[in-house]
Design a protein around this ligand. Structure first.
Ligand SMILES: Nc1ncnc2c1ncn2[C@@H]1O[C@H](COP(=O)(O)OP(=O)(O)OP(=O)(O)O)[C@@H](O)[C@H]1O
Length: 699
């Protein structure tokens, strides 16, 4: 059958805003509430505490949904995220990311309070939804795995395997899109497994204390869930991928009181968030160039923003007057993100799924076990042993040998069975652990939740539409009794329109102000960077010779994958037979090469050119001095026969004449040393030395 590739359709990024309750710290500081939320219309109104005129007073923004301080974790999940996770379970890519100023409740929204069911955030609720779906879906095999990473100071770290000390690299491929290589995948068999993975990762995540938040997340954290699904009948595999992202908060240095490491972190956080803002802006403006490459965060979000994914952005804000500026910036970002169009496609009939690999490996192991176990190999061995036994009783040793072989065979099968069980355990057969009635109730409940969410969404959309139409229709409906009434109406309308015009003018001015601030930021960053560049240039110009400099510059090239400059390996441009030269010295050629090229075998001429001789360490000891022999002994010694260095002995021959001259007989000497040899004694170095010092033999 001809395979029809799925067609992508445009789908806007869904943007919702959540405002947290005012904190005690804020009320103590005399802050007032400046945010009004109208959930039924999807509208947020913010009052400017420093307004200079009417136009600056109120700002209004409209979103897909808005949640006030009284909203529950359950309502946000059911109305916003549940339908997205349902799509992921059909094979779509999904992404939920929380954005906002530090301390506005991003982590609270994404993770929440895990120990309290009511206060659990989006991530644990998504686990529950995924596993309740798996547990009631029959006829499908699932392979589910989780990954958890953070981007800290522009480096990617694996939160589930901290042992890997090297930052991970970003890669891109046509099939997988942008992905992190060597990131640990934790296979999960239940919601509990996922929860454990999340807790492990959270313990490893970088957090710190700032003025604005006691547990401030200092990194962008991404929890990825991949769900591979294979229908038992059709065997075709679908993959749904869900990215749950808790971004680090944007912050102003003056407010957070950051310094030292905190300040460095903050500047990296703000840099990545500003790249995210630029990407959102470029996408909203339909710009031909989208600057995804500006940061690791935007590269990782490439699919979620403007690509193959269904995406929800949750903008978190605080209601206090002191945060007015940051709230407006967040709301503007969120407003722009509304016009981003994605092209989600179902990931169906995936060929490089891990599930397929696993299935193939399981099949292979099963065949091997059948062959080795009850099957051919073992029985062959057994039957040949049995028939041997009939013709020939064999010695005990041979029997033992055969038993050993059988034992080894069994062990091998046991080992394979163990491996098979481990692999089989990784896969989950859908619809296993569920009682039918629970199953049905759950399905109904979930359908109702999705239904209610859809209705609420429609209501908000309709309300927004009505408001828009109201403005244009009022005039048509108006019947004027006299000219005076008409004039008044038109004056009113003019006033309204003028107000609107001024509001827009104000918006343009605000945008211009924001633009100037951003520009100022960029200029400062640029100054910092050029300082760094000048420093590097100073090192380069003063410490690297000019020839070498131009050679190295020629060798440097930009690597798209690692998003960095790398030193290209220099190719040897040698004619066959030329001896390679490095740093103007001929490279040493090994004996092997010499021998081979001596045979006129040119193939080996430029190979094996490494000098493998050892570099000896610097000498730190003095030369060995032969021991000084005591003069009395020396006189008595006829000649030194041998210097036995190895055993640290001097073997000398005693002249009986010499000793008799000193009045010591040979027998006396031999007696003293208790040596058996007839005319040879062994004298130890140190003893002789001692004797030499005191000029008197001590022995
Ligand atoms: N909707 C809410 N209801 C009750 N408390 C909330 C809510 N949102 C946030 N909070 C509380 O506000 C504080 C800050 O929240 P949180 O740590 O989630 O902020 P954040 O945006 O993740 O900050 P950062 O960017 O610094 O990590 C926490 O004590 C949290 O419990």
């Amino acid at each position: 059958m001809e395979h029809i590739s799925p067609v992508a359709h445009n789908e806007s990024v869904q943007v919702v805003v959540r405002c947290r309750p005012i904190s005690k710290k804020e009320t103590d500081a005399g802050c007032t509430k400046v945010v009004n939320i109208f959930p039924a219309r999807g509208v947020i109104e913010v009052q400017n505490p420093n307004a200079r005129n009417e136009n600056e007073k109120n700002k209004m923004f409209t979103y897909d949904a808005v949640y006030d301080e009284g909203s529950t974790q359950q309502s946000i999940y059911d109305e916003t995220v549940r339908p997205l996770v349902a799509s992921v379970l059909e094979g779509y890519n999904g992404c939920v990311f929380a954005y906002g100023q530090t301390g506005t409740g991003k982590t609270f929204t994404m993770e929440g309070n895990v120990s309290d069911k009511e206060e659990q955030g989006i991530i644990p609720r998504a686990f529950e939804q995924i596993w309740s779906h798996i547990n009631r879906t029959t006829g499908v095999e699932f392979l589910v795995y989780a990954r958890y990473l953070e981007i800290y100071m522009e480096e990617i770290r694996d939160l589930l395997k901290l042992k890997n000390p090297k930052p991970l690299e970003l890669r891109q491929s046509a099939e997988k899109g942008v992905f992190v290589s060597h990131l640990h995948s934790q296979t999960c068999q239940s919601a509990n497994d996922m929860m454990k993975a999340m807790k492990v990762g959270n313990r490893n995540r970088t957090t710190g204390i700032t003025n604005m938040n006691e547990h401030s997340s200092r990194s962008h954290a991404i929890f990825q869930i991949s769900i591979e699904m294979a229908e038992e009948k059709s065997k075709s595999v679908k993959i749904g991928k869900l990215n749950l992202i808790d971004l680090a908060g944007s912050e102003r240095q003056s407010k957070t009181g950051a310094s030292g490491d905190r300040l460095k972190e903050a500047s990296k956080i703000n840099q990545a968030l500003s790249s995210l803002g630029n990407v959102i802006y470029a996408l909203a403006e339909n710009s031909p160039h989208i600057p995804y490459r500006d940061s690791k965060l935007t590269r990782l979000l490439q699919d979620s923003l403007g690509g193959n994914s269904k995406t929800i952005m949750i903008a978190n804000i605080g209601p206090a007057s002191m945060n007015y500026d940051e709230t407006i910036i967040t709301l503007r970002y969120a407003y722009r993100a509304k016009s981003i169009k994605n092209q989600p496609i179902k990931n169906e009939d995936v060929k490089d799924a891990k599930l397929l690999e696993l299935q193939r490996e399981i099949e292979r192991l099963k065949e091997l076990i059948a062959e080795k176990g009850e099957g051919k190999l073992l029985s062959d061995e057994f039957s040949s042993t049995a028939s041997d036994e009939e013709d020939f009783d064999g010695s005990d040793e041979e029997k033992k040998e055969r038993e050993k072989m059988l034992e080894a065979g069994k062990m091998e099968v046991d080992e394979l069975n163990k491996k098979l069980r481990t692999l089989e355990k990784q896969m989950v057969h859908g619809g296993k652990n569920i009682v039918d009635s629970v199953n049905e109730n759950e399905i109904k409940l979930e359908q109702q939740r999705v239904h209610i969410a859809a209705r609420k969404k429609r209501e908000i959309e309709m309300q927004q539409q009505i408001e828009l139409e109201d403005e244009t229709c009022t005039e048509l409906k108006q019947v004027f009794a006299n000219l005076q009434q008409q004039v008044e109406y038109k004056r009113d309308k003019l006033k309204r329109l003028y107000g609107k015009l001024q509001g827009m003018q104000q918006e343009i001015d605000d945008n211009h102000e924001e633009y100037l601030k951003e520009r100022q930021d960029l200029v400062e960053t640029n100054d910092d960077l050029s300082m760094q560049l000048r420093k590097s240039l100073m090192v380069l110009e003063n410490f690297v010779p000019p020839d070498e400099r131009s050679r190295l510059i020629g060798l440097i090239q930009f690597d798209e994958n690692s998003d960095n400059w790398v030193l290209k390996r220099e190719k040897l441009r040698l004619k066959p037979g030329d001896r390679p030269v490095a740093h103007n010295y001929r490279r040493p050629i090994s004996e092997y090469t010499l021998q081979k090229s001596g045979d006129n075998n040119f193939r080996y001429r430029n190979e094996n050119v490494i000098d493998l001789s050892l570099d000896m360490p610097l000498k730190t000891t003095t030369d060995y001095n032969r021991p000084t022999i005591c003069p009395q002994v020396k006189a008595a010694v006829k000649n030194v026969i041998r210097n036995d260095m190895e055993n640290n002995k001097i073997v000398i021959k005693i002249s009986p004449h010499g000793f008799s001259m000193k009045g010591i007989s040979k027998t006396e000497l031999e007696g003293r040393y208790n040596k058996a040899a007839r005319n040879t004694v062994e004298v130890r170095n140190n003893r002789i030395k001692t004797a030499a010092k005191s000029a008197k033999p001590t022995y």
